[in-house]
Design a protein around this ligand. Structure first.
Ligand code: HEC
Length: 184
């Protein structure tokens, strides 16, 4: 919609085609479903909020690990809570993904075998109505965002519209709200 208006105006005003092209790519960048600067910034803020709440970091709250499977690790921990980002409060589900064959080892040392932290945060109405307004992110243990093979940061509406990835798999396995395991 925005793109059509911009192109129409540019043609009406006789603006050179290059201007139209750069305008279009800017709009595309803003509309990228994930890995765009806004999503990355949002994920960074969220990491700090999670660190303060001891959901991630060196001093995490201990929860009982359990046996899991791909893609979220052989041992997992999961916590469901709420968080507030930029004045919006939403449900936050944090899954810590471990590569370990021992639940006890992960309980004793929740950092040592940590592979990744995957989260779902319920954003404001209208953020992604087709997918229950979830914000998705995958962090490495130090809080850096993980990237896909194309080098895109995994934050935002991750892999929206694609055949595989967070949204596709959670749509297939997660039921109406895309949450696979129902936690209180
Ligand atoms: C191939 C399927 C698949 C993909 C891809 C996937 N997940 Fe999951 N996810 C699951 C399953 C299954 C569970 C339930 C626990 C388990 O069995 O691992 C789950 C659980 C979760 C949970 C805990 C809440 C819940 O739904 O139970 C979070 C948070 C999560 N995934 C985030 C992500 C993020 C972020 C991505 C993308 C970076 C992602 N997932 C990609 C299958 C997937």
């Amino acid at each position: 919609m925005k793109r059509t208006v911009a192109t129409g105006l540019a043609i009406a005003a006789g603006v050179a085609l290059t201007a139209v092209a750069s305008n279009t790519s800017q709009i595309k960048a803003q509309e990228a479903p994930f890995g765009d600067p806004d999503s990355i910034g949002y994920a960074e803020t969220l990491w700090r909020v999670m660190e303060e709440a001891r959901l991630v970091g060196d001093d995490t709250i201990k929860v009982r690990p359990f046996e899991g499977s791909d893609p979220h690790g052989t041992v997992q921990e999961v916590l469901a809570t709420t968080a507030t980002i930029a004045g919006h409060t939403g449900r936050l589900v944090v899954k810590r993904n471990h590569a370990s064959d021992s639940i006890d080892a992960v309980y004793d040392d929740p950092i040592g075998n940590l592979d990744a932290i995957t989260i779902m945060f319920k954003r404001e109405e209208g953020y992604d109505p087709e997918n229950q307004n979830w914000f998705w992110a995958k962090y490495l243990p130090d809080g850096e965002l993980d990237q896909n093979e194309a080098g895109m940061h995994l934050a935002g509406r991750v892999a929206k519209g694609m055949d595989s990835g967070c949204i596709a798999c959670h749509t297939a396995t997660g039921g109406e709200d895309l949450e696979v395991l129902t936690l209180n």
